[in-house]
Ligand binder design. Structure first.
Ligand code: NAI
Length: 464
């Protein structure tokens, strides 16, 4: 048995783990990362955010060329999907990104301990038959797909987000269970490529946790593109045979059951913290009733020297939230201070159009009895959006009625995920709608929709 000594050993190389490792190394700590997958980057780079964006981009270009080019005065012969080539594009993107992390590890002299890690005690991690010691152990093992009772994911006919990224052919019909982020993004991909997509959602709305108006608007837009939605419905059973999958479902509140057949079913009902085989129980690391590792203000668990960040602890299961936590924890371990404003973590759904959200929701402010104002401006009144044939959607800015401070912003429309960041910056500095509205915005840009929404909140919009 060999032994190495590190300042930090991080278990998991997803966005939380690898970013934390780079920051630790930059701050002078001797750092190692344990990763059992064949490539670095975790779920996000290998089977999540990055590959899904490759397919979203490719399928969107296909949809555009088929349905929208003629409106721009471009005649082309009927485009066809070459799924093998599209999947190769996705795999190339995964390869480039994961190898990029390997390069950054080498550059920063971070050791990759290949294998699955198990914590033996507060300073020892076992990987295979080797034991490594460190002053600090950081758990960044992320999350795994949540399943449903009576529904067995086989990654062929009943798939998780992972299987949905590598279907061998475009299914004639795809049923998506769960109208959340994954369900809508992957549903959009396969719908654009030709599948008849039906989304079944337990709640009476899509995208819980995001702005209601944006969710309603997105549903309308997706329905126009041929996606069916069954809201307030729960799936109770799924049976597979060689002809496909038969789903049994009933109204969420109870009532008459019905069946629905599909070639492929995607289960996208959330994710759960991934802590299997980590040795948490043996070492005595406490988890909550949802299996999340309990942490204090400095990501410390109840065991001295063991920390946790990312999807495996409380909070939004988002790559960028994990990254921020990784950086702040590294700074704290180096004796610096760090801070995360959890109210200003943007959320983006990469459908077309995109949905983006930051800060408070209207419902939350109502509940807290805050006196708020709303400034809303549609893309349809923006010249650049018209030129791009992207007039669907709006920007909604919520401000404090007395101080004009921006409390939240919710956008549905082209490039919403990019536009939200100018509002994020203003909010990070405690800015007001007037600050944003009096900032000169280049013309013609989509950002002018943001400016006009800010004007609408503090005064009056010009172009409406
Ligand atoms: P989600 O929590 O976003 O959505 C799950 C949906 O399934 C909810 O609307 C829920 O009401 C519904 N549901 C639950 N049980 C159901 C049932 N029995 N029948 C019908 N509907 C049911 O979870 P999702 O989409 O699986 O994503 C998992 C995590 O990954 C989320 O935390 C999400 O934020 C993250 N993610 C983020 C992305 C992004 O930032 N663009 C992309 C993909 C995932």
């Amino acid at each position: 048995m060999s032994q190495s000594n590190y300042d930090v050993i991080i278990i998991g190389s997803g966005p939380g783990g690898y970013v934390c490792a780079i920051k630790c190394a930059q701050l002078g700590m001797k750092t190692a990362v344990v990763e059992g997958r064949e490539s670095l980057g975790g779920t996000c780079l290998n089977i999540g955010c990055i590959p899904s964006k490759a397919l979203l981009h490719a399928s969107e270009r296909f949809y555009e060329s088929k349905n929208q080019f003629k409106d721009l005065g471009i005649d082309i012969s009927a485009p066809k999907v070459n799924l093998k080539a599209m999947m190769k594009h996705k795999d190339d993107v995964i390869g480039a990104n994961t190898q990029g992390i390997e390069f950054l590890f080498k550059k920063n002299k971070i050791d990759w301990l290949k294998g699955w890690g198990k914590i033996v005690d507060e300073e020892t991690v076992q990987v295979g038959d080797k034991k490594y010691t460190a002053k600090n152990i950081i758990i960044a093992t992320g999350s795994d797909v949540a399943s449903l009772p009576n529904i067995t994911i086989d990654e062929k006919q009943i798939v998780s987000s992972e299987g949905a990224l590598k279907l061998p052919k475009v299914p004639k019909s795809l049923v998506v269970i769960g109208g959340g982020v994954i369900g809508l993004e992957m549903g959009a991909v396969w719908s654009r490529l030709g599948a008849k997509v039906t989304v079944i959602e337990y709640l009476d709305r899509l995208l819980p946790g995001m702005d209601k108006d944006c969710a309603k608007e997105l549903q309308k837009i997706m329905e126009k593109k041929g996606i069916d939605f069954k809201l307030s419905t729960k799936v109770t059973n799924a049976k597979t045979d060689k002809n496909g999958v038969t789903l049994e479902m009933e109204p969420a509140a109870g009532g008459k059951a019905e069946t629905l057949k599909a070639d492929v079913v995607l289960v996208a009902v959330g994710r759960k913290p991934y802590t299997e085989g980590l040795g948490l129980e043996e070492v005595g690391v406490e988890t909550d009733n949802r299996g999340r590792i309990k942490t204090g203000d400095v990501f410390d668990t109840n065991i001295d020297g063991i920390y946790a960040i990312g999807d495996v602890i409380e909070g939004a299961m988002l790559a960028h939230k994990a990254e921020e936590e990784g950086v702040v924890l590294a700074e704290m371990l180096a004796g610096q201070s760090g801070h995360i404003n959890y109210n200003l973590i943007p959320g983006v759904v990469y459908t077309h159009p995109e949905v983006a959200s930051i800060g408070y929701l209207e419902e939350q402010l109502k509940e807290q009895g805050v006196d708020y104002k709303i400034g809303k401006f549609p893309y349809s009144a923006n010249g650049r959006a018209r030129a791009m044939k992207a007039s669907e959607g709006f920007v909604k800015i919520i401000t404090h009625a007395k101080t004009d401070k921006i409390l939240g912003c919710h956008i549905i429309g082209a490039e919403a995920g990019t536009l939200i960041h100018e509002v994020a910056t203003v909010m990070e500095f405690g800015g007001s709608a007037e600050d944003l509205a009096r900032t000169c915005h280049a013309h013609p840009t989509l950002n002018e929709v943001v400016k006009e929404a800010a004007l609408a909140a503090f005064d009056k919009p010009i172009h409406m």
